[in-house]
Design a protein around this ligand. Sequence first.
Ligand code: THU
Length: 136
Amino acid sequence: MINEKQMNSLFLDAEKVSVFAYAPYSKFRVGAALLCEDGSVVTGVNVENRSFGLTICAERNAVCKAISLGKLNFTALAISTPDSAEPVGPCGACRQVLGEFLAPDTPVRFAGSNGKTVNTTMGELLPFDSLHELRD
Ligand code: THU
């Protein structure tokens, strides 16, 4: 389980990394930070492309980085969207990919720039998740 101090720190990691987002088209930067079971943090940003459909979201970028580093188990996720005032949650595609690796009770926090913070869980973001039987 993650405590409030760790979650605050994870959100700061997401906020800090968002400056590296490559978002020249939308001008909407996103930073994501995954807390791994081993205590390390893996971050990701959105990476856009002039062929718009090829854009990679920050959350999926973080997941792919973490898996590539051999990290498979995650304790929490934080997402920062500094270019929106209101909190913006992960898109549907990201929810599906996150649901592959984050247990339903995994805490997720997201916030924009107005100070409002959403604290939720993977299971709330992707209810009625299916096809678990296909794994292992
Ligand atoms: N974006 C993310 O990185 N994560 C999300 O969950 C929502 C959208 C990015 C994609 C695009 O670069 C920009 O935000 C605007 O949609």
